[in-house]
Design a protein around this ligand. Structure first.
Ligand code: ZN
Length: 253
């Protein structure tokens, strides 16, 4: 689609009244909204309208996609990019939803930029310039805070941000300035080594040991913590918190 046509269509979508039954979904499945300003909430609701309309939402494994699936997942994507300029993950055309963890060959990063999560059953996948695949059970339990530190939607879309500058996710997304890139190179590999060390010793921290798998998983797991347990992350990993705060919130574009 031409850029101007897409922009104009998005403006029309964002200007439509937000459906009242979607508000009911947000009240249960997007409690994070309560802590945000009116302005941020408005931006997120507009993004939800665009994401719901633009993505191809596909149910797999017998799941029939409903507004609850679409609005809940779109809310998390919009939350993650609330400070970005009009970010709708254009390279992700489809979001595939399985009812529960689904069985598949287990590998962490396949050739060609495919990342899968989970051991015997997958919880989510992110494909370079391809779909994001999610387990609804995991999404639902995350948004209802059954596991306060986890957020599979943010995790998979962090991989998508990571793969913007190359098909291989390496935990090093595109950054705003050379100074940010220098800081990232200094802090993130050292923090990854520290987490690996702590996990070997069995020392728990706010960062799940899945983040010690490789630098790409470290960035995705740290992103989950940044949104789900920011105070704990700031307290335990202050430099990682500061970097992610810059990355997700202090943007000029
Ligand atoms: Zn991952």
């Amino acid at each position: 689609m031409f850029g101007w046509l897409r922009k104009s269509k998005r403006r029309r979508l964002a200007a439509k009244p937000f459906p009242s039954d979607w508000e009911d979904i947000l009240a249960f499945n997007a409690k994070f909204l309560e802590s945000l300003s009116e302005q941020q909430q408005t931006k997120i609701r507009r993004s939800i309208q665009v994401l719901v309309a633009e993505k191809n939402w596909e149910g797999c494994g017998g799941l029939s996609v409903s507004d609850e699936h679409r609005v809940t997942i779109a809310a998390q994507i919009a939350r993650m990019t609330a400070h970005f300029e009009a970010e709708y993950f254009d390279a992700v055309l489809s979001i595939l939803i399985y009812p529960t963890a689904y069985m598949a060959k287990s590998q962490t990063q396949l050739a060609g930029g495919v990342i899968v999560e989970g051991n015997s059953g997958r919880l989510g996948e992110a494909w370079h310039r391809g779909p994001v695949i999610l387990s609804w059970n995991e999404v639902f339990e995350n948004v209802r805070d059954h596991y306060p530190q986890r957020n599979v939607v943010i995790h998979e879309f962090a991989h998508q941000l990571d793969m913007r500058n190359g098909s291989h996710a390496d935990g090093f997304p595109t950054l705003e300035s050379a100074d940010s890139a220098r800081k990232w190179s200094r802090i993130m590999p050292a923090a990854f080594d520290e987490l690996t060390h702590k996990c070997h010793l069995g020392i728990p921290t706010v960062l799940d040991c899945y983040g010690a798998t490789n630098p790409a998983e470290f960035f995705a797991v740290a992103s989950e913590s940044y949104f789900e347990q920011p105070a704990e992350l700031e307290n335990q990993w202050p430099e990682v918190f500061e970097l992610l705060d810059d990355f997700y919130c202090n943007r000029t574009s």
